[in-house]
Write a protein that binds this ligand. Structure first.
Ligand code: SAM
Length: 457
């Protein structure tokens, strides 16, 4: 069967697969590409993506290498176009924006037709969990990339792992974990390795997730169950998922922890009678790594108490403080004395820069002349340190007389490289609590270990 575009998208875009359209740096739109089978929604070209950067018939997005830049098409929108032309003068290369949306229903004679390429453009990108997180339809709060990349490595998610996840919510974490456990081999539903067992108790969200997992061809990896995990735990049709990793993004993770045990145990740690029907959802032979994701410290406290009671070890908590840095050049080094002192106004700045350029030109000319003298000691000299002002810019001469525009600015004149953190709206996401549940150890396990490793005898 076809592999998910999230796992192996091939080299080029193809019909009926998901693509992520990049409209600008932080604006992504998921689109399932459709082969044209005739007019759709008034467009003769068939399915068309309308954006504020122009119209993109799917035919122009199909069978091209991932990462391609695609120019918008000007579409002749028939009656709707005539209406626009009445109202505004439009140049031939003005992209047709989404103002067509919501317009009157097109008659066959008014079907839109692509006539000429225009200047708006988008990039067409292969789907990745990161891009899906940035573009998915939000049904809940989601786990973002900085958090899930850290979580997945802490819970030891790797090709072949079996992960329990609850609740599924909008599926942001689900997609990232599906890629983490994928081992690169062709798969079918009966494969035991590399699985994500996802649980969601909200029916509409569960149904939407099911549909998305199917559309994204991830059904062989992600098994989604409609369940209240506080009440009913994590078995699948009475069988153990044998998970080695667990991620709980639930309002009350402590309510679910007693199901993630090796023995039948009640909430609060009281041993329960086992009539033999109880099974652990965990891998009996390996340590299990868990992460719970909670926005409030009170939730953390309750979770940690329950973890301790149930025998989890190595408990710790982390908060990911994600910052994005913008690196740019900033025009500085114009700290010149002026009548108004050392804090020049913008007018002073441009004047100072002009002076500085003149100084530099004269200094460069001077050094060039020096170097061209055959007897000069200065022939291999660099710019003298003494000629630099304390902040690293060149020391100015008293006036800028004879200053000429330097055609190509030396790089340092284009400004000093600085970085700033962007104002992040999402500063606090959640507290991540990690813990480990070691396998149970008994005489049988000890004997097996010694048999494997005789030097221990
Ligand atoms: N991790 C998800 C993501 O990245 O998109 C977001 C999860 S959302 C914050 C929490 C989800 O847990 C909600 O969709 C909610 O319906 C579900 N949930 C809450 N209590 C639950 C329970 N007892 N059993 C199963 N799911 C539950």
């Amino acid at each position: 069967s076809k592999t998910s575009p999230f796992l192996d998208p091939g080299l080029r875009t193809s019909p009926n697969t998901l693509a992520i359209v990049s409209l600008s740096r932080d604006n992504f739109q998921p689109v399932t590409l459709k082969q044209s089978t005739g007019a759709v929604d008034g467009y003769a070209e068939g399915a068309t993506l309308n954006t504020r950067f122009g119209s993109f018939p799917h035919s122009t997005l199909l069978d091209i290498p991932w990462g391609s830049q695609v120019r918008a098409s000007v579409v002749d929108t028939g009656s709707r176009g005539r209406k626009r032309r009445r109202n505004e003068v439009e140049s031939e290369d003005t992209p047709t924006p989404s103002q067509d949306e919501g317009d009157d229903k097109a008659t066959p004679s008014s079907l839109a037709k692509v006539v000429v390429a225009s200047s708006g453009f988008v990039y067409i990108l292969r789907p990745t969990p990161e891009l899906w997180t940035s573009s998915l339809p939000h049904r809940t709060q989601v786990v973002y990339t900085p958090d899930y990349s850290y979580i997945l490595q802490r819970i030891r998610a790797r090709p072949g792992s079996r992960i329990i996840e609850a609740g599924a919510g909008s599926g942001s974490f689900t997609h990232a974990s599906a890629r983490a456990v994928y081992d690169g081999y062709p798969r079918n539903a009966t494969d035991e390795k590399g699985k994500v067992f996802s649980f969601e108790f909200h029916k509409p969200r569960y149904e939407k997730m099911q549909e998305e997992i199917k559309n994204h061809l991830l059904e062989d990896i992600v098994h989604i169950t409609h369940r209240d995990v506080y009440r009913d735990g994590f078995l699948i049709d009475g069988k153990s998922p044998e998970a080695t990793a667990v991620f709980l993004d639930l309002p009350a993770p402590w309510e679910a922890l007693h199901h993630l045990s090796r023995r039948k145990i009640q909430k609060g740690g009281k041993e329960d009678d086992n009539d033999g029907s109880w099974k652990s959802p965990l891998d009996p032979k390996q340590s299990v790594y868990i992460c719970t994701f909670s926005p409030c410290i009170e939730q953390v406290t309750r979770t940690v108490t329950e973890m301790r009671t149930l025998g989890w070890t190595g408990i710790d908590m982390v908060e990911i403080a994600h910052k994005r840095f913008t690196v740019m050049r900033e025009r500085v080094g114009v700290n010149l004395p002026s009548e108004k002192g050392f804090n020049p106004t913008p007018a002073d700045v441009s004047e100072a820069v002009k002076k500085l350029k003149g100084d530099i030109r004269r200094t460069l000319d001077f050094h060039k002349a020096q170097q061209s003298r055959p007897d000069s000691e200065a022939s291999d000299s660099k710019m003298d340190v003494d000629e630099q002002a304390p902040n690293g810019s060149l020391k100015p001469t008293p006036n800028g007389e004879g200053a000429t525009e330097v055609d190509e600015e030396p790089t340092f004149l284009q400004g000093r490289i600085v970085h700033r953190t962007e104002t992040e709206l999402k500063t606090h996401t959640s507290y991540l609590v990690f813990a480990i549940l070691p396998p149970e150890w008994d005489e049988e396990a000890e004997a097996a270990a010694l048999a494997k490793w005789p030097c221990g005898k």
